[in-house]
Each structure stands twice: as C-alpha cells, then as structure tokens.
Ligand binder design. Structure first.
Ligand code: ZN
Length: 225
C-alpha cells in the first residue's frame, strides 16, 4: 500500500527552531559560505524523563522494581533523548564556478525519525535534489539537513517540507525536490498492521515544481530507487 501525498506547497520559510550564525564574507563571492545549523531546542531533562517512564510502566501494569526492568526507565529516557537531539553542523555552500545547471540528486539517503502521534519510529529513505543557481552544496550536507529535521517528533509530511524549505532558503537554487518513502511502525505493528506498506511524500520548489519537464525528470530519477 502506498499513500501518495500531493507535492507539498508551502512558503520556503525557515524553521523557527533553527538558530543560525552566518560566516559569510560578501566581498568574496566565490568563497565558501558557511551557515552553522545549531540545535536550539530546549535541553532534555533526563532525570524527569526517567521518572515519567517509571510512572508509565506502573500505569501499564508493569513493575519497574522487578530485576529485569530496573534499568529500563534510564535506558528509555536515554534512547528518546538521543532520538530527539539533532546534531549541529555547518551548511557550507560554494560558488557554482562551472555553471553546472543540471539536477544534483542524492538518492536513497537512509533516515529514521519518531512519529509524533505514537512516539514510535518511522524509517525509510529520502531522495533530495536541487537545480543549482549561483551556489552548490556538498553532497553530504543534503543528508545532514535530512538528519537534522528527522531528529525530533515528526510527521512525514512536515519532515519532507522542512528539508525542502531549508535548502530553498539557504542555497537559493533554481529548484528543490524532496521525496521521502517511509514505513511507520505505528501502521505496521499496531492498528491496521499494514506490514511493509510505505508512505510517499514529496515537496517541490522552483523549476522542479513549475516546469513539467524538470518535474517529470525528477520523479523519473527518484522512482523505484
Ligand atoms: Zn504514528
């Protein structure tokens, strides 16, 4: 089963949780420009989370003082803290000196995130591409942007848009395309138990959204990857 969402339409606004620090030198147009993407979410209260997990176990009819569960609250708190803490990184762009004007596409980038409705993981792959204008970006940074937004409580639709918006805002390319395919454990382990089903979402900006040929090329390259 595939839930194909329509291409997301949104303003390429920055995530308000994203703190930024520029290290740009406007006099050096061809130099590398670095944007520090830092985690500005509130610090995690590990001790408080541990107490809450202990309470959850009791509410679920479990005995947190049993030998085999004694360390569970600490482990669960630590696991969620890790899954919800994005890493800082530098989004470095370079002048497009060669005037490369074709699609740059990173395919099959693996990721995992947490469904904000059930606190269960969803995981899959993302295809992230852009049509360069005056700047290009290191390919590994496409995966970094994805990971930055995946580390948090998410829905797949928002994750897809945030990756596209971030690249549109900071790279100013002629177009951006993001496709995410994911399996949600809240669908496969419980509820409808649709094991193996994938959900597809996409977000397009610029030429990849408005130019039918560019859009078709993007979807042809990302299909069945
Ligand atoms: Zn869910």
């Amino acid at each position: 089963m595939i839930n194909a969402a329509a291409p997301a339409q949104s303003d390429p606004g920055a995530d308000p949780r994203l703190a930024q620090a520029f290290d740009d030198d406007p006099a050096a147009a061809s130099a590398a420009h670095t944007l520090r993407i830092v985690n500005s979410t509130p610090p995690i209260d590990l001790a408080g989370a541990e107490i809450a997990v202990r309470s959850l176990l009791i509410a679920l009819g479990q005995d947190p003082d049993a030998e085999h569960l004694r360390q569970t609250p600490r482990r669960v708190a630590g696991a969620y803290a890790e899954l919800l803490t994005p890493h800082d990184f530098d989004l470095t762009t370079f002048a497009n000196d060669e005037n490369y004007d074709q699609l740059v596409l990173a395919c099959g980038i693996p990721f995992q995130s947490l469904c904000e409705h059930h606190l269960l993981p969803f995981h899959g792959v993302a295809h992230v591409g852009y049509l360069p204008d005056q700047r290009i970006v290191g390919l590994s940074k496409l995966a970094r942007v994805l990971e930055r937004f995946a580390r948090g409580l998410q829905v797949q639709e928002r994750l897809t848009q945030q990756v596209a918006n971030c690249l549109q805002t900071h790279l100013h390319p002629k177009g951006v395309g993001v496709v995410i395919e994911a399996e949600h454990q809240c669908m496969s382990l419980r509820g409808v138990r649709a094991h193996g089903s994938r959900t597809l979402t996409s977000a397009l900006h610029g030429h990849l959204r408005t130019d039918p040929a560019a859009r078709q090329e993007f979807f042809a390259l990302t299909r069945d990857r």
